[in-house]
Ligand binder design. Structure first.
Ligand SMILES: Nc1ncnc2c1ncn2[C@@H]1O[C@H](COP(=O)(O)OP(=O)(O)OP(=O)(O)O)[C@@H](O)[C@H]1O
Ligand SMILES: [Mg+2]
Length: 372
């Protein structure tokens, strides 16, 4: 049996050990917008090559594209994207950013033409996009409040003027936001990430921000070519009381029109991990042989294997690919430096799942369903 590193080629940044640097690992959407993010996130062709169009991502992106195309059926003006930490919120927002800023140029990127077809639209709509990343945002001249920043991104000075003279201190009403959308002169997409971080740091501005989101929700509902996507973490364990209170308040205002989206089905996480780490998986025949050898090895030693490495809780025996236990992607993806086998143990344990017992010959270490 060939060792895995002779069969599959890890991605360049993984080979060079850069992948484990937290700055390269986490997506910072504001850096994608500023053009300072690593290439894999910043360049849309590379970003899509590495993106696994999970069922959730296809559905969410499809709904937003439909809305930006002027469709109002099977979509919603405001979408709240909820996952646990590391569950793909920023990746989803970055996908939407690259789609809407590139318009139909994006149709050539990996997985996008299928996405457009599934969404039932003719092409990728191009939009004016405003991005608000709460942990990166602070006031600066010309961008004194979140709504001034959003307006400037959507329609430049004309849109900021449309907010009215009070905008430096007071959140805009729905009419003013409607005028900003008009000044944009195109479909508008608003992407909000890490909102709770902003609210935590700017506590005196929390009520005003809340009013802004409330009015934005109403104004977005009133336009046919606009969508607003707000990410909110699901894990209450990692939230402070303040976070929870504001998460609840923000959710309450958007709930009337928003659709809650739960990112990344946990069954698809193995493929996300695969794309994040490997450039090429090598010959399928070799992979199947390796999987089979591994499955046989597991089967022969099944009595000694720890509890949990069996069929219970997994879908491998129904031919739907292994089911990886619920865990944020972030906890699966980083490999502690110097421990190159930390990751393969994770991937291998996913493989062991479908490789168990009766269906050993069908075993495949990862779920290959996704966007290939
Ligand atoms: N569908 C996907 N295809 C490829 N990679 C993905 C996908 N979803 C997430 N990832 C990768 O998984 C990692 C974690 O995802 P992401 O940063 O989007 O999670 P998050 O929910 O924003 O996390 P946090 O709560 O910490 O902000 C990133 O490296 C991201 O690129
Ligand atoms: Mg994030």
């Amino acid at each position: 049996m060939e060792p895995w590193y002779k069969v599959a080629t890890p991605r360049k940044e993984v080979r060079e050990g850069r992948s484990f640097n937290p700055d390269e690992f986490a997506i910072a959407l504001e850096q994608v917008v500023a053009g300072t993010a690593p290439e894999d996130y910043r360049k849309p062709d590379q970003f899509f090559a590495r993106t696994c169009f999970t069922r959730a991502l296809r559905e969410h992106a499809g709904m937003v594209l439909r809305r930006l195309s002027g469709r109002t059926d099977n979509t919603a003006p405001v979408l709240t994207l909820i996952t646990q930490f590391g569950g793909g919120k920023t990746h989803t927002l970055t996908t939407l950013y690259h789609l809407a800023t590139n318009g139909n140029k994006a149709a050539d990127y990996n997985g996008v033409s299928d996405l457009v077809r599934e969404a039932g639209i003719a092409s990728v709509p191009k939009a004016r996009v405003a991005v608000f990343v709460g942990n990166a945002w602070d006031p600066r001249p010309g961008y004194e409040t979140p709504w001034i920043d959003v307006a400037r991104q959507l329609g430049g000075d004309a849109a900021v003027e449309a907010l009215g003279v009070a905008a430096k201190s007071t959140p805009p009403g729905t009419d003013a936001i409607g005028r900003v959308f008009e000044a944009a002169g195109a479909p508008v997409l608003l992407l909000f990430d890490e909102v709770l971080n902003y609210l935590n740091r700017h506590r005196s501005g929390a009520e005003a921000f809340h009013a802004f989101i409330q009015n934005l929700t109403v104004a977005t509902t009133g336009t046919t070519h606009g969508a607003c996507v707000i990410s909110l973490p699901r894990s209450q364990v990692e939230m402070t009381d303040w976070d929870m209170q504001w998460q609840e308040k923000i959710s309450r205002v958007v709930r009337r029109v928003a659709k809650d989206l739960i990112a990344n089905d946990e069954t698809e996480i193995s493929e996300v991990v695969r794309r994040r780490l490997f450039q090429d998986l090598g010959s399928e025949k070799v992979r199947r042989n390796v999987s089979k050898a591994f499955a046989d090895w597991c089967f022969e030693r099944r009595a000694q294997l720890p509890a949990g490495v069996d069929r219970r809780g997994f879908r491998g025996d129904r031919g739907e690919g292994p089911r990886v236990p619920a865990a944020p992607l972030r906890s699966l993806l980083p490999v502690p430096s110097g421990d190159a086998f930390g990751l393969s143990a994770q991937v291998a344990s996913a493989g062991a799942v479908s490789a168990n017992a009766r269906h050993a010959s069908d075993a495949c270490p990862v779920d290959f369903d996704c966007g290939r």
